[in-house]
Design a binder for this molecule. Structure first.
Ligand SMILES: NC(=O)c1ccc[n+]([C@@H]2O[C@H](COP(=O)([O-])OP(=O)(O)OC[C@H]3O[C@@H](n4cnc5c(N)ncnc54)[C@H](OP(=O)(O)O)[C@@H]3O)[C@@H](O)[C@H]2O)c1
Length: 364
């Protein structure tokens, strides 16, 4: 720019500067006026902020305390005598594999006699023999396929009528083959989810609870899932069945605690069982997905202490985070994880549904 043009711009920039300063001055004045007239609102807002922060801090401290009290202290003190506290016999449904089997072994290691109920006779025989041999306790089994509906309960009731049941563990479940939209689930699978996940637990409790109430002692453990804490799309029926178990357990605990019965809702995240092998990295990370044995060891130590827990310390941290997570974020994450698991499953078993997926079919 040549120098002879400069004087022509000078008044313009002066005017601009003055206007800007006047604007700043008037904004400052305005701000001052507003803050003077709003000082009482400000103080109220500050008080609300301080109250909210204090409330959150206290609840965080309480959560940390209960985490330590529940997951670490019981393992430092001597183990509770479960058979004395609840009764000598424990029943575990679906006790031939995964968490159920590990839970049965953990109870046997604590001197409980064991009854396993599952649908595979050969597996039942093997696990029962192994438990008797390893832990020197009595063990027995009942063959029952819970997906068959009402007819399976009468023989179970007859067998159990002469036994004093101290602990009932409702562990059996049916899961999706892979995460799927509701209309794509075969009708038979849907009946299985309802019959096995909901009906079996309710009927088993209905069967053993009266005896426990008469003896004024007993414990019922319902294995729900962390997926019950918020709606989980693409495993909708499964997560709803687990929410049923969670609510049911908590309500029963209110009804029967005064009668000497302890009802616990266990809400684990991932445990490394056959069911979760497709979870890849999560499955391999032992902090996040403990082995069923580690999980059972931790979960049994919470029995009688917490009526609702994940049963494992790292899962409790995850549960706290999940509880604070807004629902939209939970849905976003679970939708992504489940969609990827479905893609992976369909990739390995290509067929009709894979073509639908690739064609971008609307699954709603
Ligand atoms: N694994 C996890 O990450 C996880 C996470 C949250 C909650 N959970 C809950 O924990 C519990 C155990 O899970 P898991 O992974 O250990 O399961 P799993 O390894 O699949 O074991 C399920 C058990 O149930 C038996 N079973 C299946 N269908 C049956 C039927 N119709 N009648 C009788 N018995 C039947 C199975 O017998 P067979 O082996 O003979 O089929 C097996 O013993 C479930 O309630 C599940 O929802 C698990």
């Amino acid at each position: 720019m040549s120098e002879q043009h400069l004087p022509a711009f000078a008044p313009l920039s002066l005017l601009f500067c003055r206007t800007a300063m006047a604007a700043v001055d008037s904004f400052y004045l305005l701000y001052h006026e507003i803050s003077r007239s709003c000082s009482s609102y400000m103080e109220t807002l500050a008080l609300v902020g301080a109250w909210y922060t204090a409330k959150k801090s206290i609840s965080l401290i309480c959560d940390c305390y209960s985490l330590i009290r529940l997951h670490f202290i019981p393992r430092l003190v001597s183990k509770t005598d479960l058979s004395k506290q609840y009764g000598k016999w424990a029943i575990i449904t679906g006790g031939t594999d995964g968490i159920g089997k590990a839970y049965a072994e953990e109870l046997a290691s604590r001197d409980m006699n064991i009854i396993l109920i599952s649908h595979n006779r050969e597996k039942l025989e093997n696990v029962t023999q192994a438990i008797m041999k390893t832990y020197q306790v009595e063990a027995s089994f009942i063959v029952a396929d819970f997906s068959k509906g009402r007819e399976v309960y009468l023989p179970i009731q007859k067998t159990l009528s002469s036994i004093e049941i101290g602990i009932l563990v409702n562990n059996v479940d049916v899961f999706y083959d892979y995460p799927q939209y509701f209309t794509k689930i075969p009708e038979e699978k849907l009946w299985d989810i309802i019959n096995v996940n909901i009906t079996a637990a309710s009927m088993m409790i209905h069967m053993v609870l009266p005896g426990m109430v008469t003896r004024r002692k007993g414990a019922i453990v319902n294995i729900s899932s962390a997926s019950c804490c918020k709606p989980t799309p693409q495993v909708a029926a499964y997560s709803a069945s687990k929410a049923y178990l969670d609510h049911f357990s908590r309500a029963l605990q209110y009804e029967y605690a005064s009668k000497g019965i302890f009802v616990q809702s266990l809400t684990p995240f991932l445990v490394a069982t056959n069911k979760t092998t497709s979870y890849g990295f999560l499955y391999q990370n032992r902090w996040m997905a403990p082995s069923p044995e580690t999980y059972a060891y931790h979960a049994v130590s919470t029995l009688g202490i917490s009526a609702r827990t994940t049963g494992y310390w790292f899962h409790s941290i995850q549960f706290l985070l999940a509880r604070c997570t807004p629902e939209w974020l939970w849905i976003l994450i679970t939708q992504k994880v489940n969609a990827s698991l479905r893609r992976k499953a369909l990739f390995h078993t290509p067929g009709k549904e894979l073509r639908s997926w690739n064609a971008g079919t609307n699954f709603s």
